[in-house]
Design a protein around this ligand. Structure first.
Ligand code: 4AD
Length: 431
């Protein structure tokens, strides 16, 4: 008898008797047969208990099982083309580990607040499990892309003495007697790392004390931040589109069953191939105002604007060359038109909004100092950052991909709250 079997690999055990640790996902009975819907985290299989083929003790044990009870179940694996997984187990033994009473999440509909309060249990549901599996595949594909393209992974600090993306949404903490902040972005440190290692990327948590209660904002989210020495804005865009196409196609290839199980239209993802269309901020303004929006040059886009632009395309679209005034202090001005910067936001299709923000960075120390003044950033706090421009400054570019928005898009989820195991949102810190 095999004890190393998990549901994911039952195909390797057809005709064998195996023992699996599992939970009861659901159960039904037709008098002399009980059907146990079993899950073990790796997959789902139906266990069939036939009254005439097991002892009364086993039959009664199976009968006493409730939703989310845990057990060791032993049985023979059979191919069963009519079942979702293609396999079934003829149960020969049931060993109850724990009988669950009154499991709070029942197959009926629950409100979002109730589910969020029970996130620790909600994660066990078929849909939430599938989303976590897809998220893990996205992370794997991200690392595969960068590791395979000459990038070195570097981990920037989480506790920082100053801001990277503006001062309005910093999380303040005490660092012994000093003031410190939770990182908003590892970018500035990744620029230092790029000067040491050439092409680098980070993957870590970032924090924004944003008072925005939208379906795209989390307080704690994970970002992938590549930074590339000797790479200009144009080349950075080419990296970005190849990268996103690679991630999407990896998920399509390796997680088709999970995507289908949560109702995602996979054909929409299959069409995500590089290159992606590009429009400038100016063109976007013109298009939006032609659509009935009233947005003056110099104002930033909100979700409705991004959605209107994205609707024109089946792939993500880059919006490039934003006005310097609405972008971060470190972005390099376009030499032909200094009022705009060499930057791009990548907007996902189907209304999922901005997934990447990136730019070429200022490499001139004098201009950088001027920006510190304009943005009221103290020279002292950013001295080390200025050093990168003082000693062997080179053109360099980088970008940040928000993992949760990417998961929301790829999974087709309305809200980022389902894209991370324990979301941190405005007014939600529990569980
Ligand atoms: O555009 P952002 O703020 O860019 C940066 O932080 C740069 N320093 C990145 C870089 O160039 N290295 O954020 C990048 C991405 C956004 O496109 C979005 O996907 C995600 O991070 N993001 C959020 N995701 C969830 N909740 C929030 N509150 C987010 N804020 C940004």
């Amino acid at each position: 008898m095999s004890t190393e079997c998990v549901i994911r690999n039952v195909n390797e055990h057809v005709g064998e008797t195996v023992k699996i640790g599992a939970w009861i996902n659901n159960k039904r009975s037709s008098g002399k047969i009980q059907f146990l819907q079993l899950r073990d985290g790796t997959g789902y299989i139906q266990g069939v208990v036939v009254k005439s083929e097991v002892s009364e003790e086993i039959w009664n044990a199976a009968k006493s099982l409730t939703q989310e009870s845990s057990l060791y179940v032993t049985g023979i694996i059979r191919e069963e083309p009519r079942s979702n997984s293609g396999y079934e187990m003829t149960v020969t033994d049931v060993e109850i580990i724990h009988l669950t009473e009154n499991y709070p999440i029942t197959p009926k509909e629950h409100g979002v607040d109730f589910l969020m309060d029970h996130r620790h249990l909600w994660l066990r549901s078929t849909k939430q499990r599938a989303v976590m599996v897809i998220r893990a595949e996205i992370i794997r594909a991200v690392q595969q892309f960068f590791d395979g393209n000459g990038f070195t992974q570097v981990d920037p600090p989480i506790l920082t003495p100053s801001s990277a993306e503006g001062t309005t949404n910093l999380f303040h903490i005490k660092y012994f007697d000093e003031d410190a902040y939770l990182t908003q972005s590892g970018q500035l440190y990744m620029e230092a790392a790029a000067m040491a290692l050439g092409k680098v990327y980070s993957f870590g948590p970032t924090f924004r004390a944003e008072k925005s209660k939208t379906r795209r904002h989390l307080i704690e989210f994970w970002m992938i931040e590549p930074e590339m020495a000797f790479v200009d804005h144009e080349e950075s865009l080419r990296v970005q589109e190849k990268f996103i196409a690679h991630v999407v196609q990896s998920v399509v290839k390796n997680c088709r069953a999970e995507l289908e199980s949560i109702g995602r239209d996979v054909s929409k993802l299959e069409g995500i191939v590089a290159p992606f269309p590009r429009i400038t901020y100016d063109e976007a303004i013109e298009f939006l105002n032609g659509q009935g929006f009233d947005i003056p040059w110099g104002e930033d886009f909100g979700a409705p604007h991004e959605t209107a632009i994205a609707e024109k395309y089946d792939t993500p679209v880059f919006i490039t060359h934003y006005p310097a005034g609405i972008k971060a202090f470190y972005m390099k001005p376009d030499p032909n038109r200094p009022e705009v910067v060499l930057c791009a936001d990548m907007i996902a299709p189907e209304g999922y909004g901005e997934i990447i923000g990136g730019s070429q960075r200022i490499d001139d120390p004098e201009l950088m100092k001027q920006r510190f003044d304009e943005h009221q950033l103290s020279d002292e706090a950013y001295q080390w950052y200025l050093d990168l421009r003082k000693y062997g400054s080179v053109p360099h570019s980088g970008f940040g991909l928000g993992l949760e928005r990417t998961v929301a898009w790829i999974c087709g989820l309305d809200h980022v709250r389902e894209t991370i195991a324990f979301p941190r949102m405005l007014y939600r810190l529990y569980p």
